[in-house]
Design a protein around this ligand. Structure first.
Ligand code: MN
Ligand code: MN
Length: 294
């Protein structure tokens, strides 16, 4: 394996999971089964009326963040907040409530750190951690943690969101450096649940209809990721649970891509993914890991 291959697969996995899940976002598993049987194609549609292969905020916020990191050569809170604010001004297809509220606050105050709130425990910061994971891979844990928080706190300043963001970043980085799924389970996923019992996912019955609450999101993603053995099965499993399916798809796609590499991504999905999105993901993946190596 090469790090570039798996970094690129993580970014394409994020985008493909987003595009695949957006078709069934806010549907229940029963509604999905009635309409599609098993939903496994990039056909667009959904409540946002997307084109096949079109992505949503999960991917476009990640790309906005990645652009700001590449421009500066490092992760920076103010640059990230500015990039997200510019992204919001460009009228994205969707935007989370917590993201909007705290970016409007940033416009007023110029402070890139949102006020602490236990209520801001949505998945909006976790869905866009990938550029930070790539730009800090192999660096000291204190550096990784600071970069993780600088990014996340622009919109979500909350201990459960922080714990999830940090866990996802460390998992992606370990996967890029060759760790297998068993290692990711025991070194990162179980310790997250040990530290914050809300996240226990083995004790939870098969998660269905996961909400945008970071705990629901992580439980669905971890169940799908750890209970399947390839990229395609993982994504199909997680999006057919419905709920916030574009975001569970994006996060699961990122983990599965980082773990399994490019060879595992089905051509049928890669061909339909929006061409400009695909090129941006490929370019950013390669460039961001060079920042980490400098
Ligand atoms: Mn979305
Ligand atoms: Mn979503």
């Amino acid at each position: 394996m090469t790090t570039t291959n798996h970094a690129t697969a993580a970014y394409l996995g994020l985008a493909i999971g987003d595009a695949l899940g957006s078709t069934v976002e806010f549907m229940t598993p029963r509604e999905i089964a009635a309409k599609y049987g098993c939903h496994d194609k990039l056909i667009g549609g959904g409540w946002l009326h997307l084109k096949p292969g079109q992505v949503t905020d999960d991917t476009t916020m990640s790309l906005a963040l990645g652009t700001s990191i590449l421009a500066l050569g490092k992760v920076d809170a103010l640059a990230a907040a500015q990039a997200f604010d510019d992204w919001m001004r460009a009228k994205p297809v969707d935007i989370g409530n917590t993201v909007r509220r705290n970016l409007l606050q940033f416009r007023k105050t110029g402070n890139p750190e949102a006020p602490y709130s236990d209520h801001d425990a949505g998945n909006g910061a976790a869905m866009r951690v990938l550029p930070v994971a790539l730009a800090t891979v192999g660096q000291a844990e204190a550096v990784v943690r600071a970069a993780c928080r600088a990014q996340a706190h622009t919109t979500h300043h909350c201990k459960l969101s922080d714990a999830a963001c940090e866990c996802l970043i460390l998992m992606v980085q370990a996967a890029l450096l060759g760790a297998d799924k068993n290692h990711l389970l025991h070194t990162y996923a179980h310790p997250l649940a040990a530290q914050h019992p809300e996240f226990k996912f083995r004790a939870t019955k098969q998660s269905s209809n996961p909400s945008g609450y970071i705990v629901d999101t992580i439980q669905a993603v971890f169940q799908s990721f750890f209970d399947t053995d390839d990229f395609r099965s993982c994504l199909i499993d997680v999006v057919n649970r419905g709920g916030d399916a574009d975001t569970t798809g994006a996060i699961a796609g990122m983990l599965a891509g980082a773990t399994y590499g490019l060879e595992e991504i089905p051509d049928a999905w890669l061909k339909v993914l929006n061409t400009q999105t695909r090129q941006s993901c490929e370019m950013q993946a390669a460039s961001l890991i060079q920042i980490a190596q400098r």
